[in-house]
Design a binder for this molecule. Structure first.
Ligand SMILES: CC(C)(COP(=O)(O)OP(=O)(O)OC[C@H]1O[C@@H](n2cnc3c(N)ncnc32)[C@H](O)[C@@H]1OP(=O)(O)O)[C@@H](O)C(=O)NCCC(=O)NCCS
Length: 340
């Protein structure tokens, strides 16, 4: 019986010839990329089994097809892959996507993914980060009180190979797979150029009008579970790893991200975070003012008593800015001396 979306249904499940998740974990270490330690694989296997071995076996058998579908669904606000996985769990696995089931699904998919080479080779500097990334994921899945929806969305993209670790940030390769031809992406790009022109930033607008700027951009995200490298040196290392990705993929336009921490108000309010906007700007990036909103205020206030009280007093309204760092400028910086 075929499940929806062309995936085999539950009854079609292959017999569990691999003797469970632990055997697959060991096989992954032997045959797969050296991406995880044995302890991490065992921890992931324990979470994978926690929703019953049937789900684990099902996801392992159907990993390649499901990962392809998660990649295809990854556009929009970044939650598309998670929504697609929820649909799979409901319709093809016959399970409600409860907190426990979602954890088990991500753990199973992470084990399956770790046993496979990436669709396109990744720089060594990126590959080297996988053991730590899997470790953080395993610890989070095993120990967190609730499975935060934003973390789940990131994890669904990660196990599908959309997102790769780069240290201080996660990087979405999604646009590298053809999203640049999407009408919505093109319209968004035109809107960015319009905003720069209206703000009088002719240099920035001209930069985003270059022919290569209409190609696909790598997108960065902060992962709250892994902030060890969230400091100036860690970000520079991250940019250099991103440069490694760009060198291997000439079709990419550069790097972009959007956050409240690119807001120039931060230079006075939180000068400790000034490096986040100053370093890219010094090195050829452009910032585009987007908008304020509850989510940006909530994130800006989350860790900082100073920003919290300024927001409460009505003296600071966090604004989200987009940062675009074109490949030409980013690679020129990355090939310069280490401290520049
Ligand atoms: C983005 C983020 C990781 C940056 O964290 P950070 O580097 O610690 O910097 P913050 O400005 O947030 O620091 C928060 C508090 O930690 C303390 N702190 C941070 N760095 C410090 C340092 N070097 N020395 C002493 N205290 C420090 C301060 O008390 C500071 O509060 P204050 O602003 O009232 O002084 C953090 O703000 C965060 O997790 N935000 C919520 C999620 C988010 O916004 N993610 C990005 C989405 S686009």
């Amino acid at each position: 019986m075929s499940g929806r979306h062309g995936l085999p249904g539950r009854r079609e499940r292959a017999s569990p010839s691999l003797k469970g998740a632990r055997a697959r974990a060991v096989r992954a270490i032997v045959n797969g990329r050296p991406t995880t330690t044995g302890a991490t694989q065992v921890a992931l296997a324990a979470v994978a089994r926690s929703a019953g071995g049937a789900l684990d076996e099902l996801l392992c058998c159907h990993f390649d097809k499901l990962a392809e579908e998660l990649r295809a669904a990854c556009g929009g606000d970044g939650s598309g892959s998670a929504t697609r996985l929820n649909n799979y769990l409901k319709k093809s696995a016959g399970l409600p996507p409860s907190d426990r089931v979602r954890r088990a699904a991500i753990a199973s998919l992470a084990i399956a993914m770790s046993a496979r080479p990436p669709a396109r080779p990744l720089p060594i500097s990126i590959e080297a980060l996988y053991p730590r990334t899997f470790q953080v994921l395993a610890e989070y899945l095993a120990n967190s009180a609730v499975y935060d929806p934003d973390c789940y969305a990131k994890d669904a993209r990660f196990v599908a190979g959309v997102t790769v670790p780069a240290g201080a940030q996660l990087v979405d390769l999604q646009f590298a797979d053809g999203w640049g031809s999407d009408l919505r992406s093109l319209l968004r790009h035109v809107a960015m150029i319009g905003r720069l022109s209206l703000a009088g930033d002719a240099r920035g607008a001209a930069m985003l009008c270059r022919p290569e700027s209409w190609n696909n951009w790598l997108e960065i995200h902060t992962d709250q579970r892994n902030l060890e490298d969230f400091n100036e040196g860690g970000w520079d290392d991250c940019y250099r790893r991103i440069a490694d990705i760009l060198r291997g993929r000439s079709e990419l336009a550069g790097l972009w991200g959007a956050s409240w921490f690119y807001d120039p108000q931060l230079l006075e309010i939180s000068p400790r975070l000034a490096y986040l906007q100053e370093r890219p700007l010094e090195r050829g990036a452009v910032m585009v003012r987007l908008r304020g909103g509850a989510i940006h205020a909530q994130r800006a206030a989350q860790t900082s008593p100073t920003r919290t009280s300024l927001i409460a007093a009505g003296r600071y309204r966090p604004i989200c800015y987009a940062m675009f760092w074109p490949r030409r400028e980013l690679l020129a910086w990355a090939s310069g001396p280490p401290s520049s």
